[in-house]
Design a protein. Structure first.
Length: 370
């Protein structure tokens, strides 16, 4: 029997989601950044190819020195788009005066800036066209343009690493709570939501900072500044959420009130916890002056399993604030957190039924019906 029915992903499933993100965020930049930075430096420091080499380049860029910039006059022989939807790829076929052609891949926003038959200037480096200059002197970078190739790698780092780490923390905390017989309801969902939200917001802010900076070192500095700002901000939110948890529960209890049941009533409700009366086939609760019982019967006519007395009330929670699964017949739920010895018990019920549940949980006068 599961501890919490509909309680979300298990810790191990969270680990399976988190590990690829974390490993990609660390390993991909570590493996690819050195070569990307080396290519960018080599390209920006490359000299134009000698004029005699430019002439030789008409028979193939491979005959030219590998690290010089070969500039050739050409024209757009054809435009091509492959794939569909988000998988579209945009190509130009560049034709040279000697009759040779090269097919190059462009980014989507550059593909519409040139037309078939338009004269262009192509800059090749290491046997590939890296830049195309239009007749309006607009420079279009091809897909293999090496300057700024570190940007997607840094974006992978600032999104994958914190996201993976925050999900790993969620998995660890969920596992720890399950072993202790508790849930995020009693300890506060903010313990996982704050790290997850911080990782997501940091990823967005750091991505923007990296994209607008002009160099690798500036991008690393900008991402670091965002991190320095994000950590204390997250710590402040954590502290405030922790401080306000008790006050919010007290206000909710005062607004809900307590009413002792005077007659037996059956309501839709669910009892969850690592306890024998938390049953997957029981979605109804019998309210009576003598206490509570779970039952699978909406009329309460079949067997009942009593809840122990006394079942200690701890606090109330808004169900939407802790992400609990919906219960059939419960439209505006509240969660009643209780304690059965050292085990947590949660009762999900309609808001208007909760006062009766609270009244049934309280000790009754001597002589009450049992």
């Amino acid at each position: 029997m599961p501890m919490y029915r509909g309680g979300g992903l298990s810790p191990w499933k969270l680990v399976l989601v988190a590990l690829p993100l974390f490993v990609a965020g660390v390993a991909v930049p570590a493996a690819m950044l050195p070569s990307a930075l080396a290519d960018e430096r080599a390209y920006t420091e490359a000299e134009p190819c000698p004029k005699r080499a430019v002439g030789a380049g008409a028979v193939g860029a491979g005959t030219v020195g590998a690290d010089c910039l070969l500039t050739r006059q050409a024209s757009v022989a054809a435009k091509d788009v492959t794939g569909s939807g988000d998988n579209k790829k945009y190509f130009l076929v560049i034709g040279f005066p000697d009759g040779t052609q090269e097919r190059v891949k462009l980014r989507k926003n550059n593909h519409g800036k040139v037309e078939t038959g338009e004269p262009v200037t192509a800059v090749s480096w290491r046997d590939e066209i890296r830049e195309i200059t239009t007749r309006d002197d607009e420079r279009l970078a091809t897909w293999t343009y090496p300057v700024g190739s570190y940007i997607p790698l840094l974006i992978v780092a600032v999104i994958g690493t914190p996201s993976g780490a925050s999900i790993l923390w969620t998995a660890y905390w969920s596992r720890r709570l399950r072993r202790a017989g508790r849930s995020l309801v009693s300890t506060g969902r903010w313990r996982t939501s704050v790290p997850l939200a911080t990782a997501a917001l940091y990823g967005v802010a750091a991505t923007i900072a990296i994209a607008v900076t002009p160099s690798f070192m500036a991008a690393v500095g900008a991402a670091s500044v965002v991190a320095v700002a994000a950590v204390p901000l997250a710590a402040l939110v954590w502290h405030r959420q922790r401080k306000n948890t008790g006050a919010k529960a007290a206000d909710l209890l005062a607004a809900t009130g307590v009413s002792v049941p005077t007659a037996e009533t059956v309501i839709p409700a669910r009892v969850s916890g690592e306890v024998p009366y938390s049953r997957v086939d029981c979605d109804y609760l019998v309210l009576a002056p003598g206490g509570l019982a779970v039952t699978p019967d909406a009329r309460g006519m079949s067997w009942r399993l009593p809840l122990p007395w006394p079942l200690t009330f701890v606090r109330l929670h808004r169900a939407e604030s802790v992400g609990r699964a919906r219960v059939p017949g419960v439209g505006s739920p509240l969660l009643v957190e209780c304690r059965d010895g050292d085990r947590e018990v949660l009762i999900t019920a309609n808001r208007n039924h909760v006062p009766w549940i609270l009244g049934a949980l309280r000790p009754q006068p001597q002589g009450s019906a049992r």
